[in-house]
Design a protein around this ligand. Structure first.
Ligand code: ARG
Length: 473
């Protein structure tokens, strides 16, 4: 076996040790960013006068041929390819000969891998943002169909006050707004280029790092080479962004599992997003949502892995850091797939307004009764108490609150007039919550307007994605 670093070694590596330390099985997916980084680095070496334009041309052609092999699937890894960086360089040497050995001048795999992983992360952020925005589009579409669809709103999973299904959809829309903004913020700190940090102390060949960073689409260069090669904060950050987005999706999934049960029957999933039971023929299971809930555990696990990985590391690069990639890749893949499935499930979700309306209970208007008294000048605390007495009286009589007679109401307080009857109207209650952010159909129109403005600014091609430089550079 010939290893890149084989100069001082006489004996070969134990087979299990080789298996233990190799990362090619998973970091192979960095091939495109690795070659992108090397192409730019070759240009930087040329600009610094370290290699001739002719040599730079040979390196560029060779790297492009390696890229073509990856693209058409003909690239073959060899047992002594430790990782993607050594594999690309090994192949480059086979294709263009010894001049390949000039590419790594002043560069270490330490600044190289940190650069590659940042380029990968920036692309992943753009992809995830697009997928979140696509899901948000589906939520708004459902919401716009259901501004008049009344349903119980819950606290403590108890019927609390009437809301609209549109309002429920939009709650998740705004949660996802924060997820996109968080990813965008993460991109700002990811878009810092470590290349030029060398192994740890810096590049000795007067590379123009600012030009190199611009070439690669980074918005800044790392300020300190020690930090440059060992900083994995950006991975912790994207894993947090993903874990929290996953937690949001998991909450939505939990609502929808519940709402699709026979006990609620508020919604039904399309067959395309359901599974059957191998034993019970009648079953149609909300597996898409259960897996969404389950995957969030995995997203949180990846975040915990990376935090645990970095917390005790001495300066600077340590091989422990090779363990950063699998949680990163898994988190991105998991969230990406989840987002697409949830978008499909939301798009094809069938809503049952009759079932939602049937779950509304006049007692959910007890707050409105208190508000009625407030409008007659009764202090809210007293009004709350009097409304509570009406709830108790109805319960005692085993009738709905709306069935109490005027005499019943007046036995509780003379502040109640015959117009108390008008309070028992769920649509009226919903319409009265008319502040910005409220559930009234009018306030919802405002939400939609803001949502559409936001979506227009965050759809692909809107310029928003360019905020996180480095992506698709
Ligand atoms: N495969 C390694 C990683 O992912 C690349 C960096 C190797 N650097 C080193 N000093 N051994 O971390």
């Amino acid at each position: 076996m010939t290893r890149l670093w084989g100069g001082r070694f006489s004996a070969s590596m134990d087979t299990l040790m080789a298996e233990f330390q190799n990362s090619i099985s998973f970091d192979i997916r960095l091939w495109d960013v690795d070659i992108q980084g090397s192409l730019a680095y070759a240009r930087a070496l040329e600009r610094a006068g370290i290699i001739t334009p002719g040599e730079a041309g040979q390196l560029t052609d060779g790297l492009q041929r390696v890229a073509a092999e990856f693209r058409d699937g003909s690239f073959a890894t060899r047992p002594d390819d430790e990782d993607i960086h050594t594999a690309v360089e090994r192949r480059l040497r086979e294709l263009i000969g010894d001049v390949a050995g000039k590419l790594h001048t002043g560069r270490s795999r330490n600044d190289q891998v940190a650069t590659d992983t940042r380029l990968f992360t920036l692309k992943a952020i753009e992809q995830l943002k697009r997928q979140v925005v696509a899901l948000q589009g589906e939520l708004v579409k459902q919401a716009e169909q259901h501004t008049g669809t009344l349903m119980p709103g819950y606290t403590h999973l108890q019927r609390a006050q009437p809301i609209t299904f549109a309002h429920w959809c939009m709650a998740y829309f705004w949660m996802l707004v924060r997820d996109v903004e968080r990813l965008n913020d993460c991109a700002k700190r990811t878009s810092v280029m470590p290349l030029g940090s060398g192994a740890l102390a810096g590049n000795p060949f007067a590379i123009d790092r600012a030009v190199l960073a611009r070439d690669l689409g980074f918005s800044a260069v790392s300020e300190n080479s020690l930090d440059g090669v060992s900083d994995r904060d950006f991975i912790a950050e994207i894993l947090f962004c993903n874990a929290l987005a996953g937690a949001h999706l998991s909450r939505m999934a939990e609502d929808l599992v519940l709402y699709s049960s026979a006990e609620f029957a508020f919604v039904a999933f399309d067959d395309a997003y359901s599974t059957g039971s191998s034993l019970m023929p009648q079953k149609k299971k909300p597996d898409a949502m259960e897996l969404t809930r389950g995957k969030s555990g995995r997203l949180i696990g990846s975040l915990v892995s990376i935090l645990t990985l970095i917390k005790g590391l001495p300066m600077t690069y340590n091989k422990d850091l090779q363990e950063d990639k699998e949680p990163l890749f898994d988190s991105v893949d998991t969230l990406s797939l989840t987002l697409q499935v949830v978008a499909g499930a939301v798009r094809t979700l069938r809503v049952n307004p009759a079932k939602m309306a049937a779950a509304l209970d006049p007692a959910m208007l007890a707050t409105d009764v208190a508000e009625y008294l407030v409008r007659k000048g009764v202090p809210f605390r007293t009004a709350h108490h009097l409304s509570g007495q009406a709830v108790a009286l109805a319960e005692h009589r085993n009738i709905a609150m709306s069935e109490l007679s005027i005499a019943d109401w007046q036995s509780i307080s003379t502040a109640f007039g015959s117009d108390i009857r008008q309070v028992f109207d769920f649509a009226r209650s919903v319409a009265s919550r008319d502040v910005p952010g409220g559930t009234s159909p009018r306030a919802l129109q405002e939400q939609f307007q803001r949502a559409h403005t936001w979506l227009a600014q965050h759809r692909p091609g809107s310029g928003f994605d360019q905020l996180s430089a480095g992506a698709d550079a």
